[in-house]
Design a binder for this molecule. Structure first.
Ligand code: SF4
Length: 436
């Protein structure tokens, strides 16, 4: 049976996105090449870690431990229209249909009796599993996954802030010790030391301080290019690119953080966008409305956004992916492990906790000259759905219309394309006041 045989029919109306940038094509093509290389390394006896997106991958990079990011794998399965197969498998095993879907596809791959039929020959068996306790379900999903594979599991603690910051994005790069309470950083540094010991014990690899410093430097270089790209798109009307091109071109290298390749892609993206601006070439020459997509990408239907460009001149030019890559990753400091802790300690707050996230969304909407916001909410994700009332309120207070669209970012089974298009068209016509 081929890979195709496990592939469910595409969701109704699901369409591939049409990318324009050469860098986007390079980044997308690299994923498969990298994954096949990773599989070869694992087959030849190297360890493999399966990690959640908010785990400090820089430590694994510095230890030369190959790793797969849970949410990256979910996006790949979804884009290949395999999520329905995996989610049905979980349901057949007794997990209810509306359980966390975005973070469960690697668990489904672990229980799949024919794992080799997954994307690109399937996920190899990991050596260790690592997550952070940032929501109620993470620990359970990774514990079950580790049990299924019979491998050790390391859960990293999560803390919450007791202070509400003013404009965190102005302090995160260099003044992060004013932003995050010291006890939070202290605990995270100790947790990271525990993780390094766990990895050394279970993989036989060793941690190199000098290599770690190089990785941290490369991550900052990548983040600075992302900031320049975000700023350029923000001030250019019509926008040189839309999220159709930027989401994958930012996220594929985000999971390769700390490599020369990732810096090269971030630089290439910036140069290609600059070139378009100089030549006055727009993603959509008929841009009349600039939209922001708040929330996770619609991984099984990345071409969805383009319909509104064509019909209304309404371009999705902003997503959390480039925005966060520009504001939330760069960190400068003398003590590398504490500096790394400052990258992760508040990530959950920035993404999911009002007013950390809502203030930043509004700041980004204003900077990017956004006319309307579409917020994808997946109700089964308690982590992501929690603060949505306050996000809506913050946009409305700023005079920016917002549509809350309820759908799962990977579960194509529940997607009703025509209903979603109708809802968004109604929003554009009635709230953003644009005609087809
Ligand atoms: S609550 Fe959300 S982030 Fe947490 S495991 Fe479920 S889907 Fe993932």
């Amino acid at each position: 049976m081929t890979e195709q045989a496990n592939t469910a029919a595409p969701a109704s109306g699901s369409r591939a996105s049409v990318k324009k940038l050469k860098t986007a094509a390079r980044a997308t093509a690299y994923q498969k090449e990298w994954f096949m290389g990773l599989k070869e390394r694992v087959e030849s006896g190297e360890p493999l870690a399966i990690v959640n997106a908010d785990v400090p991958q820089e430590i694994l990079r510095a230890m030369d431990i190959p790793y797969v990011v849970n949410q990256w794998w979910s996006a790949v399965c979804s884009a290949k229209q395999m999520a329905p197969y995996y989610l049905n498998l979980l349901n057949e095993c007794g997990y209810r249909q509306d359980l966390c879907r975005y973070c469960s596809l690697a668990l489904a791959a672990a229980i799949d009796p024919e794992p080799e039929k997954g994307p690109w020959g399937g996920l190899p068996k990991p050596t260790v599993a690592i997550t952070r306790l940032t929501c109620d379900s993470q620990a359970k999903i990774f514990e079950l996954l580790a049990q299924e594979y019979g491998v050790p599991f390391y859960p990293l603690e999560n803390t919450v802030p007791l202070q509400i910051p003013d404009e965190w994005w102005t302090k995160a790069r260099r003044n992060w010790d004013e932003l995050f309470e010291p006890h939070r950083l202290d605990l995270m540094v100790e947790d990271f030391k525990g993780l390094i010991r766990f990895l050394e014990t279970n993989t036989g690899k060793t941690f190199s301080e000098s290599r770690f410093k190089e990785v941290m430097k490369l991550v900052n270089e990548q983040a600075e290019y992302n900031k320049k790209t975000r700023d350029l798109i923000a001030r250019t009307i019509p926008a040189p690119v839309s999220i159709t091109d930027t989401v994958q071109t930012v996220m594929v290298p985000q999971w390769q953080r700390g490599t020369e390749w990732a810096v090269d892609i971030a630089r290439s993206l910036y140069e290609e966008v600059s070139d378009l601006v100089e030549r006055k070439e727009a993603a959509n020459p008929n841009e009349r409305i600039r939209l922001a997509w708040v929330g996770r990408g619609l991984w099984f239907n990345l071409g969805f956004y383009q319909h509104f460009e064509e019909k209304y001149g309404a371009s999705f030019i902003w997503s959390i992916y480039l925005g966060l890559a520009a504001d939330a990753y760069a960190r400068y400091g003398e003590d590398s492990l504490r500096t790394l802790a400052s990258r992760f300690v508040g990530m959950e707050d920035m993404l999911h906790m009002p007013p950390w996230n809502s203030d930043w969304y509004v700041k980004e909407a204003k900077l990017n000259q956004i006319d309307g916001v579409v917020h994808l909410i997946s109700d089964s994700c308690t982590q992501g759905a929690g603060g949505t009332y306050f996000i809506k309120k913050a946009f409305e207070a700023a005079g920016i219309p917002v549509l809350q669209l309820r759908a799962d970012p990977v579960d194509a089974r529940s997607w009703d394309d025509s209903a979603m298009i109708k809802e968004l068209e109604q929003f554009l016509e009635e709230r953003v006041k644009v005609r087809a």
